[in-house]
Design a binder for this molecule. Structure first.
Ligand code: 5GP
Length: 194
């Protein structure tokens, strides 16, 4: 079991609706030493990629993406949730359905912050159905930049996002893949690392 899996077992709380709460170390209070360790692990896993930018989505991806960007020595950009309908053409836009809030958000990235020369590493805290990642991929695509890989802290392997993204041919690395979790018993199992 790796360091993140151990932490999930120690401090993760399973909520109804297939939601894993990790507020005590990742989503509300942040264990910065843990985030640094995760960032080093992403650096190791994507060491051969010519990353020029790290992209995430607000809010909870930001802390991880910041640490990853520091490891690679590149800027970090986060997609913003936008309420405005009139976007001025200076923005890349994607529609993302929120897993936890069950509503659709427009997310935007200013065109000037991702350009065709960029080699982008996409980072997020959770992967469930894959909507957030697909929105971020579509932003990189509309910038005509390349997606070098996707780094996820916690993938819920029993939901379809991971399968979908890997099936599209992307290099997806998740530090912990939850195979099953039971809100009644509190039991969590992880996919074995290969
Ligand atoms: P997806 O778009 O893959 O369905 O869901 C990913 C997004 O929803 C992540 O950005 C994350 O913020 C949120 N999310 C999905 N599942 C969970 C979960 O079990 N726990 C928490 N805390 N966030 C989740």
């Amino acid at each position: 079991m790796n360091f993140l899996e151990e932490r999930i077992l120690a401090d993760g709380v399973i909520k109804p609706g297939n939601v894993l709460k990790v507020d005590s170390f990742l989503n509300h209070q942040i264990d910065v030493a843990l985030i640094d360790q995760m960032a080093k692990e992403f650096k190791r896993r994507f060491a051969d990629k010519p990353i020029t930018k790290v992209l995430t989505i607000e809010t909870s991806g930001i802390a991880i993406a910041y640490a990853v960007a520091r490891e690679f020595g590149v800027p970090m950009v986060f997609a913003k949730k936008s309420k405005s309908v009139n976007l001025d053409g200076e923005m890349h836009v994607a529609e993302v359905e929120s897993f936890t809030h069950k509503k659709t958000n427009k997310v935007v990235v200013a065109k000037k912050y991702i350009s065709p020369e960029d080699h982008v590493l996409i980072v997020d805290d959770f992967l469930a159905n894959g909507c957030a990642l697909q929105g971020l991929i579509s932003i990189v695509d509309s910038a005509e930049a390349s997606v070098e890989g996707l780094g996820i802290a916690i993938e819920k392997g029993f939901q379809e996002g991971g399968y979908r993204i890997r099936n599209l041919g992307y290099h997806l690395e998740s530090l912990a893949i939850v195979e099953s979790m039971d809100a009644e018993t509190g039991k969590i199992t992880f996919r074995e690392e290969l």
